[in-house]
Every structure is written in C-alpha cells, then in structure tokens.
Unconditional design. Structure first.
Length: 61
C-alpha cells in the first residue's frame, strides 16, 4: 500500500525548505558582517519566536 503525496504537501515542503535556506543565508550574512556575536542574537530572537508560536498553539489561536 503506497500513499502518494498530494501537490499541496509538496508545495508546503518546498516552501518550508526555501524558508530555511533563506534564513540560513540571512544568518550567514549577519555573521559575516557583525561576527559571531550576531549568532547569539539570532538564537535569542529565534527562541522568542518559537516560544510565542508554542503559546499561540496552547491558547487555541
């Protein structure tokens, strides 16, 4: 029994991968411009964003 993926699943996968690649490129540019200290600030910002998303899911929004 083989399940075939729907085109919507493929589009979502492509969007997620492209989003990750763009994020990696932006972070690499920030580190090249400002040094490794920028990586710490990006990590803090990403933690805040992920925490906010988790809170939104737990409140049911």
């Amino acid at each position: 029994m083989t399940e075939q993926t729907a085109p919507d699943d493929n589009r979502l996968t492509i969007r997620v991968i492209l989003g990750l690649l763009v994020t990696i490129l932006i972070v690499a540019a920030l580190v090249m411009q400002f040094g490794l200290a920028a990586l710490g600030f990006v990590g803090i910002a990403a933690t805040v964003v992920v925490f906010a998303i988790m809170l939104a899911f737990t409140t049911g929004n």
